[in-house]
Design a protein. Structure first.
Length: 123
């Protein structure tokens, strides 16, 4: 890469970057959902929890910053000011970061996956 361009990530590679970043930053109960064939909105969805509104917002900031800085991906972020539920649209991967109580209330995973499809990463 002699021109200094940032390589484009595949959906699977982006999913790996997102999951690794969230795990490194201490997100809890990280679940990835393969949306291919289920929806045209994205290839993957990641759902995780932060322990507080502050951590939810910080996770969103760090992930969005890393994706832009290291991979040239401009994300759309919604809900960061409230810190209860943040949605990050990174193109091929949608990321939902919840406070645990809010995640329990909405049960977003149940809309998209069966228990056999869930891939959970716990630290």
């Amino acid at each position: 890469m002699t021109n200094g361009a940032i390589p484009t990530l595949t959906g699977s590679e982006l999913l790996g970057v997102v999951k690794n970043t969230l795990d490194t930053e201490k997100a809890e109960d990280i679940v990835s959902i393969d949306l291919q064939g289920k929806s045209e909105i994205a290839d993957f969805m990641v759902i995780c929890s932060g322990r507080s509104t502050r951590q939810v917002s910080a996770l969103a900031d760090k992930l969005a910053d890393l994706l832009k800085r290291e991979h040239g991906i401009a994300t759309r972020v919604e809900g960061k000011d409230q810190g209860d539920w943040v949605l990050i649209d990174a193109g091929d991967v949608l990321v939902h970061i919840f406070r645990p109580e809010v995640r329990d209330f909405y049960q977003l995973e149940k809309m998209w996956i069966t228990s056999q499809e869930a891939v959970t990463s716990k630290s």
